[in-house]
Design a protein around this ligand. Structure first.
Ligand SMILES: NC(=O)c1ccc[n+]([C@@H]2O[C@H](COP(=O)([O-])OP(=O)(O)OC[C@H]3O[C@@H](n4cnc5c(N)ncnc54)[C@H](O)[C@@H]3O)[C@@H](O)[C@H]2O)c1
Length: 249
């Protein structure tokens, strides 16, 4: 059990990749705080996790656009469990839209959730992880943050490029305190986020991969658990590609 006695916060944990990683953490002994803007799915996931693994799982409604929500989330997790070992920043939105058509409001919302949210959540756990002299932060970046939007909007790609760089800055700041900070950069993953993609876009992305397939959430779980585990103690500031070879760099 790699995560016995560890306490993890998972943002966007109500569904998709966040939910799958939260389940993975709980299956190996972690207590998890499932945070999501949608309280119904957060509670449902927490219930499922408790039933499946006899792990402690709590749900908190959090909008990562709101600093007060984030501070409440972190204070709640700390008061319930006395520590925070893991922050998995998975909350995010994505939109397929031509660069010409992105409004200022859409740009701001994308950056607020995908980039500023990661910044605020990571900043909020910093004092606790520094005090513990131990911690793991893992951020969801994206293939799009490396290559620009192939199938998604430029604002999404820019937000994820920001996450990749922010990961390095937090890694530099927290390394001296025994905390590692890394990111994952998946290509398309079969979740609600891409469910409205036209079949031809989906097929084109699968064709670009030498493996000829689109990832499932399970393909993300083990790489995430590895980076959150003690085995990855000497890896920090890294962005791990999980893209089926669409991009090899
Ligand atoms: N699915 C993909 O193809 C893919 C590829 C690369 C990266 N990612 C990234 O992985 C992460 C998880 O995506 P997913 O595929 O699981 O998508 P998803 O839509 O299934 O899950 C995203 C979750 O984030 C929550 N959320 C949205 N806005 C929020 C906010 N303001 N505050 C708190 N929670 C909020 C949603 O309610 C949802 O539960 C995202 O950061 C996404 O950009 C996804």
């Amino acid at each position: 059990m790699r995560f016995e006695e560890k306490v993890a916060i998972v943002t966007g944990g109500g569904q998709g990749i966040g939910k799958a990683v939260a389940r993975g953490l709980a299956s190996e002994g972690a207590s998890v705080v499932i945070s999501d803007i949608n309280p119904e799915i957060a509670h449902k996931t927490a219930e499922e996790v408790e039933e499946s693994y006899q792990a402690k799982a709590l749900a908190v409604k959090t909008d990562v656009k709101k600093r007060d929500d984030i501070h409440n989330l972190v204070a709640f997790a700390e008061s319930e469990f006395g520590r925070i070992d893991i922050l998995f920043n998975s909350a995010g939105i994505c939109k397929r839209i031509d660069i010409q058509d992105i409004s200022e409001e859409e740009w701001d919302e994308m950056i607020d959730i995908n980039l500023r949210g990661v910044f605020l959540c990571s900043q909020a756990v910093m004092p606790i992880m520094k005090r513990q002299q131990q911690g793991r932060i893992l951020n969801m970046a994206s293939l799009a943050g490396k290559v620009g939007g192939i199938a998604v909007g430029a604002h999404y790609s820019a937000s994820k490029a920001g996450v990749i760089c922010l990961t390095k800055s937090f890694a530099r700041a927290l390394g001296p305190h025994g905390v590692t900070v890394n990111a994952l950069a998946p290509g398309p993953v079969e979740t609600a986020m891409i469910q409205d993609w036209p079949p031809e876009v989906r097929e084109d992305m699968a064709r670009q991969s030498p493996l000829g397939r689109i990832a499932q959430t399970e393909d993300i779980v083990e790489p995430a658990l590895f980076l959150l585990s003690d085995a990855a103690r000497h890896i920090t500031g890294a962005t791990l590609d999980i893209n089926g070879g669409i991009l090899m760099d």
